[in-house]
Structures are given as structure tokens and as C-alpha cells.
Write a protein that binds this ligand. Structure first.
Ligand SMILES: [Zn+2]
Length: 207
């Protein structure tokens, strides 16, 4: 059974679109000549569309496709050591892939609705924050170029929203971080727990 975007994430997504934090176009200056290391969630309902978009990025940049995919559940959410779903296997595989293939462009793609995020009560703002922290970590530690993307599947929504289907957006980590700070999103309360603010993450090299 495929998942449905929860109302909080959907409203956040609509606001992000309205504020131009989410953009359709992948930056042209992303170096894709050597290929890319794609850190994606393994979600079988989405991966076909995700790969289609990945191939289109190579086409946009007029370079032959060379996607090297690392697809564990949750994808980029697993990277930062302080993430509640941290799994060092992902970072190990990024470094190993760079050494084996000499690809130093890393694409961190999160998505909604994500089963892994739902299981651990990670809202869209928190998932974006974890992705931004992962970008800083990967860049700071290894100097790789990092691109952040969000994949959205609206096909399970009711009404006209469903017609928009699936789409992949680019977001600037800097602008998104400012937006998240300005909006101070909290994950919505559920029966089992109160609302919780964004996670505090310490940048690499920090206290
Ligand atoms: Zn997922």
C-alpha cells in the first residue's frame, strides 16, 4: 500500500513552493560530467520516478548518464551522526563510491510521503533540516559537491492535488535553512507525544 502525505507536511510543502524555496530546475552549474552519487530512499513506489528524474538531470547538462545509487530506507536522513535514524553505512558507501568511481558530486534526495520518516515522527521541516546538516557534514568532511532535492508524490491525495502527480524539486540549503529558522516549524503533536521543535544539530567540528 502506498503512503499518503500527512496534512502538516502537505501544508509545509505548499508554503515552501509559494515562497520559491522549492525549484523545478536543477542548477546548470552542477558538475555531473563524472557522474553522481545518488543517496535516495529505497521506496519501491517512488524509485522508478526518481531514477527518471536523475537521468533527466544528465540530459539537461548534456552529459552521459552515470548515476551511482545508494538507496537505503530514509536515504539522506541516515547520514548525520546526530540524526535519530543515523546509520554510518550510508556515509561509508559515499566515501567508498567516490574512491572506486572518482565521482565527487553527491545528490541527497529526500521525499514525501516517506515510510521511514513516518516511523520515526520526522516531519518535512525536520527531514529538510537533517538533509541540510548532512550536506554540511559531507561537504565539510570530504569536500564533495552536494545537491539537495525533494521528491513529492501527490498521486494519493484527494481532489485536484492528485493530478499534479510526482515531481522533484531542488532546494538551496542556505535559503531553506533561513526559511526553516524564520518559520520555526514544529512537528505536530500526536496522541502519543507533544509537539516537538526542530532537532538541534551540531555542525561538524562544533561542540
Ligand atoms: Zn522513504
Amino acid at each position: 500500500m502506498s503512503l499518503i502525505i500527512n496534512p502538516f507536511d502537505y501544508l509545509t510543502y505548499m508554503q515552501l513552493r509559494q515562497d520559491n524555496i522549492l525549484q523545478d530546475i536543477t542548477p546548470k552549474d552542477m558538475p555531473l560530467e563524472k557522474g553522481l552519487i545518488g543517496v535516495y530512499c529505497g521506496d519501491g513506489d517512488q524509485l522508478t520516478d526518481v531514477i527518471k528524474h536523475t537521468l533527466s538531470m544528465f540530459a539537461q547538462n548534456n552529459v552521459p548518464p552515470r548515476p551511482h545509487i545508494i538507496a537505503l530506507n530514509g536515504g539522506p536522513l541516515l547520514i548525520h551522526p546526530k540524526s535519530p535514524v543515523h546509520n554510518g553505512t550510508v556515509m561509508d558507501n559515499i566515501v567508498e563510491s567516490e574512491r572506486m568511481k572518482a565521482i565527487d558530486t553527491v545528490v541527497l534526495q529526500i521525499h514525501i510521503p516517506c515510510g521511514k520518516a513516518a516511523k520515526y515522527d520526522i516531519s518535512l521541516p525536520q527531514a529538510m533540516q537533517l538533509t541540510i546538516a548532512a550536506k554540511e557534514y559531507v561537504k565539510g568532511m570530504y569536500g564533495y559537491k552536494v545537491l539537495c532535492l525533494l521528491h513529492v508524490d501527490r498521486t494519493s491525495l484527494a481532489g485536484p492535488n492528485a493530478l499534479e502527480g510526482k515531481r522533484t524539486y531542488f532546494f538551496s540549503a542556505k535559503k531553506a535553512a533561513e526559511w526553516l529558522r524564520d518559520h520555526e516549524h514544529k512537528a505536530p503533536a500526536t496522541k502519543s507525544r507533544p509537539a516537538k521543535p526542530l532537532m538541534k544539530l551540531v555542525p561538524p567540528g562544533g561542540a
